[in-house]
Design a protein around this ligand. Structure first.
Ligand SMILES: CC(=O)N[C@H]1[C@@H](OP(=O)(O)OP(=O)(O)OC[C@H]2O[C@@H](n3ccc(=O)[nH]c3=O)[C@H](O)[C@@H]2O)O[C@H](CO)[C@@H](O)[C@@H]1O
Ligand SMILES: C=C(OP(=O)(O)O)C(=O)O
Length: 436
């Protein structure tokens, strides 16, 4: 487990270019299993979760070629299905959340898909019902053996149908779409998730020959085709990283330009930051954040305390609430942070309270933050990163706190942020990586 040693309290200045989106990349990589032809993907982030999935695909028999720093090509011609029964697969497959999305494509192409219970953040219950209810509706047989913790689906043929998803699960929707693209007949998915990750997956599948309509909505229609061909695809910039950089800029009183953000894909993220008092300008496709000494949280129109809450897209993504929370600690005003989807994602507020932040954790889903208006900075401390987004929120807190902070378990941050220490050091941060 590695550690970051951070000397905080310095303002940063310069440009940051966001990496490719982690959650899109995980879907797109799984979709390469749908064809034996070559698929080239640009803007793949060099992060732990993505690298683990690429390794898993390669062990499954996909031939992987890194063509340049962030461009890879994949050819899933000689898939070794026996690998799915190996102990290596049991350990690798369970080490990240994204691996669950190999099931849909394997089921579509080979009539079977197995996966150990996947990993990912420990941020509360993370059920997979939507995935397997969907596969079953397409005609697959489902088996879960709690003893060995393995999920299996098998089908001699998948048949399109109408389905109302149990919930608008992001990875669940991606998995069912990938299973349905080569099913017989038409599948209609209602209550589908419609994050840009899903929209991008659909665009990629269409460029491979799939027939999908309704992209960007919660009602998708998928007309099954016989086979899919190769394609070239570019992953969007990571909107969660962009949001993290906005929070970082404001908390550290820095002047930062975030380059090439694909602004029209950010949904309500910029407006949510504006309601927190953040000033930003769109310059071309860059977001410019001026140095701000203070920022004031808006109230609702009736004067009541602002709530920042997550919701399925086009609502605010749950993956940025930890950043909103840390940002609120130094704002003028108060806000209620309401993490509706996950039940254990706010416990890291303990650390911020240790650092001097005024937060009341009302229950596992809600925290009220009373901003300090930059009158009393956060104090440096030693902490452990519990999950990817709390990790980055703590990193932002440490960079704003005058003095030396330590963050242990930074693998959690490396899971989703490419060389974050080097990129932030290049614009004036002081972060030392200590490998244990
Ligand atoms: C690899 C990947 O892509 N991970 C993302 C994906 O995870 P993942 O696809 O695993 O998350 P889901 O969308 O399935 O659900 C996340 C949580 O929200 C709850 N839920 C979901 C939908 C809904 O309408 N109501 C509801 O309460 C679920 O019960 C679950 O507890 O989507 C999450 C929700 O945006 C993000 O936090 C994760 O970063
Ligand atoms: C929760 C997240 O990731 P995962 O679903 O991979 O655990 C996240 O990216 O914030």
């Amino acid at each position: 487990m590695s550690t970051f040693e951070i000397i905080g309290g310095k303002s940063l200045k310069g440009e940051l270019t966001p990496q490719g989106a982690k959650n899109e990349a995980l879907q797109i990589l799984c979709a390469t299993l749908l064809t034996e032809e070559k698929v080239t993907i640009h803007n793949i982030p060099n992060i732990l979760d993505v690298n683990k999935l690429i390794e898993l695909l390669s062990e499954l028999g996909v031939s992987v070629c890194q063509e340049s720093k962030n461009t890879y090509s994949f050819e899933a011609k000689n898939i070794n299905l026996d690998y799915l029964n190996s102990p290596e697969f049991a350990s690798k497959g369970s080490s990240l959340r994204g691996s669950i999305m190999i099931i849909g494509p394997l089921l579509a192409r080979f009539g079977k898909g197995y996966i150990p219970r996947p990993g990912g953040d420990k941020i509360g219950r993370r059920r997979l019902d939507t995935h397997f209810l969907g596969f079953q509706k397409l005609g697959a047989k489902f088996n879960f053996n709690p003893g060995e913790n393995f999920y299996r689906v098998e089908a001699s043929e998948l048949k399109g149908c109408y389905m109302l998803l149990d919930e608008a699960s992001v990875t669940g929707t991606a998995n069912i779409i990938m299973a349905a693209v080569m099913a017989k007949g038409t599948t209609t998915l209602y209550n589908a998730a419609c994050e840009p990750y899903i929209q991008q997956l659909c665009r990629m599948l269409i460029s491979m020959g799939a027939k999908i309509s309704g992209i960007g909505s919660n009602l998708l229609s998928i007309e099954g085709v016989k086979s899919l061909s190769g394609c070239e695809h570019r992953v969007l910039p990571d909107m969660i990283e962009i949001g993290s950089f906005i929070g970082l800029a404001v908390m550290t009183k820095s002047e930062i330009t975030i380059k090439d953000v694909a602004y029209h894909e950010l949904g309500m993220i910029p407006d949510a930051f504006k309601r927190m008092g953040v000033k930003m300008e769109l310059r071309g496709d860059d977001i410019y954040i001026p140095k701000q000494e203070n920022y004031q949280i808006e109230t609702f129109i009736d004067g009541s305390i602002l709530t920042v809450a997550d919701a399925p897209w086009p609502g605010l993504t749950p993956d940025l609430l930890s950043v909103f929370l840390v940002l609120a600690t130094q704002a003028k005003g108060s806000v209620l942070i309401h993490q509706k989807m996950f039940e254990s994602r706010l416990f890291f507020t303990d650390k911020l309270i240790d650092m001097g932040a005024q937060i009341i954790l009302c229950d596992p889903h809600r925290a009220t933050v009373i901003g300090l208006n930059q009158e009393q900075g956060l104090r440096p401390t030693t902490m452990v990163s519990p999950d990817i987004r709390a990790g980055v929120a703590l990193l932002i807190a440490a960079l704003s706190a005058d003095g030396k902070s330590i963050i242990h378990n930074i693998d959690q941050i490396d899971r989703g942020y490419e060389n974050i220490d080097l990129r932030l050091n290049a614009i004036g941060a002081n972060i030392k990586r200590i490998s244990n």
